[in-house]
Write a protein that binds this ligand. Sequence first.
Ligand code: PFF
Ligand code: NA
Length: 438
Amino acid sequence: MARETWATRAGFILAAVGSAVGLGNIWRFPFITAQEGGGAFLLVYLLFVALVGFPAILVEFVIGRYTNLNPVGAIRELGSGAWNYLGWLFVGIGFVILSYYSVVAGWFLRYTLIGVVDGYALAGPEEAGALFGTVSTGLDSLLFHAVFMALVIAIIAAGVRKGIEVGVKVMVPAIIALLLGLAAYAFTLDASGAAYSYYLSPDFGYLVANWTSILPAAAGQAFFTLSLGMGVMITYASYLGEDRNLASDAGVIVALDTFIAVIVGFVVFPFLFAAGIDPGTTGAPAIFVSLTSAFSGIPGGRLIGIVFFAMVGIAALSSAISILEVLVSYLIDEFDVGRVPAATAIGIAVFLLGVPVTIDLIFLDLYDGLASGVLLLVGSLLLVLFVGWLIPDVAREELRKGITSLGGLDDAWIWAVRVPVVIAIVVSLYLGIVDYAD
Ligand code: PFF
Ligand code: NA
């Protein structure tokens, strides 16, 4: 059977934006920002996205469109010898990320349902904490993990055009509309002024004193949020049948993902300030506790909460499908397996790998620390080295297609990818590992 391609021009961009915008923007970004000092982190993160994330996403696009293959096949076609293992690394990372991503996404589905059925009237943070305990562990968590994976499998089984493309055309506009509505509401809260200034004024003293932890956190967040380092963007670009301007597409995707993360800060921090919660105390689980406490305290909190949690669930779905698609495209291309059995079998394997996370949150930190702290950085590092040093001419040539005037961007890109981007990733990786070790 002929390999599928996107049906419409917008299909590729929306799918890539759908992949990028997810739990990374709405759940991970606010708590990492809060942990790393607010505005100081925001500044480093923005720089990292522009200077490293943008060149790195182009690297994946070029490989995907040039080969029209899944990441394993693509690397094999372009490289040789030990490079073959790089594709395997992507497949491994995909399993790990999707397994915990689905568990966390399941919590958001569950919280949406709680809002619809009971509302968030909680006596205080204690009760909110107890609720989170129920939602996040044991049978409840397992059940919603299963529901979420079933949705992911269903979309991927339906195919590139009928599943992914149709899905993202509904999901991406919905996410943006809901988020802008929430930001407008947050603006009306009395606490919004204090929240904005916490968020937007970087404390340079703090930055200088803590850069060894801020930099790796910003790097991990940048790769995670842009879906980089495990072949998602290779896979999505492999379905391009035409020579689009990859540089401007990359610009749109990076800008939208960043815009959405920044807007999420304009939503979450006012909610926390309005409920009198110190953002510095929020961790991965605590963001649920603080947000539900916030929703039980602010006017219209029930409706706002339902909208918020549903939005996150949708965003998570449009990202999760991109991860499963990497694994499924590999099975289809390499072993000629049918799409439906491939999606089902891999989906079940991913579900099983996620089960430990539903039992003990230790595994959430373990999986996430490993994936976004180490694996995505290693994956991206190897990819930029590969393109910058092994196939620079092929890559430059591929970038030029579909672009009438580059104005030297191709040379600047290869130059950036060869040295500065490599240094930025290596330093972040080193600091991150030192940080993780203690
Ligand atoms: N970019 C997604 C998010 O921000 O939620 C998460 C993600 C998707 C990470 C796909 C990695 C990936 F390959
Ligand atoms: Na993202």
